[in-house]
Ligand binder design. Structure first.
Ligand code: HEM
Length: 417
């Protein structure tokens, strides 16, 4: 079987995955000159695919499902057990509608207003500091904006700890050992807290507007017209707040890009909207965040002469697809202008998944992310002055999720008058 699919002759590649990180699939695709190969991971056969046609295949929901495809260790740290990421078919569509209903233009505009307020407030705090780390600070300001938007109370005493907990769930995904364990503990703390909050909302002890995520999760009814289990409602509420906090990573990547390509400051100031949009898209394409996604084959089928057997784990190369020389000219150069001629395909710029937002698993928060990055970039490029002291801003592809060692230290932050 699968005679034509290039294979790695190895007992298990789980360790190589940790070592190669974001480059695990892409490196093998280059070495074997292929967009598909077979290997073994976590004790089972896995087919790795990459590129635009592979992305199109991966998002065919008649061929792939997510249930049983996401390892428990990822669910217990990053996503939450049995949450939207693991659903298929009607159950998934129904749950996805709930998420997408929170992403109307009006509600996104409300978020951007809150985010701008939090940037102002944070800038005020930062002016009193000699030095700060942008990663933790931006996660905190995003946390404050996310909670206000989602109808979750922000307590001054706990805001930083909660923001760090949200961040730690993301930090856990590509880690083994202490960093992974910290993410699981953070998830338990936050789930306990928000499960209590959901129960309080249901008991009428707190009131939140109906268009907030907290209300939506607390009172959503599933296809059987039942409320979500309170734990599950908390998990899905976290699936709103945690990824908003995670935009802090893209804020840091944008800051690095600005620092390393200072010529864009003037371009961003002069021709705001177009350059800002291109800059944001290039930041999402260029910098590593999601390495790959997994799904499982529903029924046997053949694709481009390769056989896919029922139950096989298939990994789509996200990082490699956004760096694929067949899709991107000079993929390893940071060039926002490339987006002037980008065709807008749902299957090549896939840092937050591909295909359709409503019909498939593509990220529910992609538009929110893009707009939030634009708001943040406006602060970093135009509204703030700061020094960037010498530090190690290098990104290692073997550290998943990627983060510079220094977490972007800024000095002498001032608001421009
Ligand atoms: C799904 C990336 C921000 C909510 C996803 C997926 C990726 C992703 C790769 C999986 C797509 C798939 O399984 O096919 C990112 C990145 C973000 C980000 C890199 C930047 C920080 C957000 C934000 C929100 C959000 C801000 C919400 C406000 C979700 C949800 C899903 C999802 C609910 C599950 C969708 C589903 O299973 O149908 N995201 N995301 N994400 N994202 Fe995001």
């Amino acid at each position: 079987q699968n005679e034509q699919t290039p294979q790695e002759h190895t007992l298990d590649n789980s360790l190589a995955l940790l070592k190669d990180g974001y480059d695990f699939i892409f490196k093998r695709r280059r070495e074997m000159d292929t967009d598909i190969f077979q290997t073994r991971l976590l004790g089972q056969k896995a087919i790795c695919i990459g590129g635009k046609e592979a992305a199109e295949l991966f998002y065919d929901t008649t061929k792939f499902k997510r249930s049983g495809a996401i390892p428990k260790r990822i669910q217990k740290s990053l996503f939450g057990v049995d949450a939207i990421q693991t659903l298929d078919g009607d159950a998934h569509r129904h749950r996805k509608m709930l998420f997408m209903s929170l992403m109307s233009r009006e509600r996104l505009d409300v978020f951007m207003q809150l985010l701008a307020e939090e940037w102002e407030a944070a800038a005020g705090r930062w002016e009193r500091l000699e030095e700060l780390e942008l990663f933790g600070e931006s996660q905190e300001l995003l946390y404050r904006a996310a909670c206000r938007w989602a109808g979750v109370p922000v307590e001054e005493e706990t805001a930083r700890q909660r923001a760090d907990d949200m961040g730690d769930m993301v930090e856990a995904f590509g880690a083994v050992g202490p960093r992974h364990a910290a993410g699981r503990r953070a998830r338990r703390r936050i789930e306990d807290w928000l499960e209590g909050y959901i129960l309080d909302l249901r008991a009428g002890e707190f009131k939140v507007p109906e268009d907030t995520a907290a209300y939506a999760m607390a009172f959503h009814r599933d296809l059987q017209d039942r409320e979500l289990d309170a734990r599950m409602a908390a998990i899905e509420l976290i699936n709103i707040v945690r990824p908003i906090v995670a935009i802090g990573r893209y804020v840091v990547f944008g800051a690095i890009a600005l620092h390393e390509h200072p010529a864009y400051r003037a371009k961003l100031a002069a021709d705001e909207s177009k350059y800002r949009q291109w800059f944001v898209q290039e930041t999402r394409r260029y910098y590593p965040f999601t390495p790959f996604l997994g799904a499982s084959v529903i029924h046997d089928f053949t694709w481009q002469g390769h056989e896919f057997e029922e139950g096989t784990m298939v990994l789509l190369d996200i990082y490699g697809t956004t760096h694929d020389p067949k899709l991107w000219d000079e993929p390893d150069a940071f060039k926002p202008e490339r987006f002037e001629h980008w065709g807008g395909s749902p299957f090549d710029l896939i840092p937050q998944g591909g295909g359709d937002h409503r019909g498939g698993h593509r990220c529910a928060g992609e538009w929110l992310t893009i707009d939030a990055m634009a708001v943040s970039l406006e602060y970093l490029a135009n509204r703030l002055e700061y020094e960037v002291p010498a530090q190690d801003l290098g990104l290692s592809l073997s550290r998943m999720p990627a983060l510079p060692e220094s977490r972007f230290v800024m000095r002498s932050v001032r608001r421009k008058q």
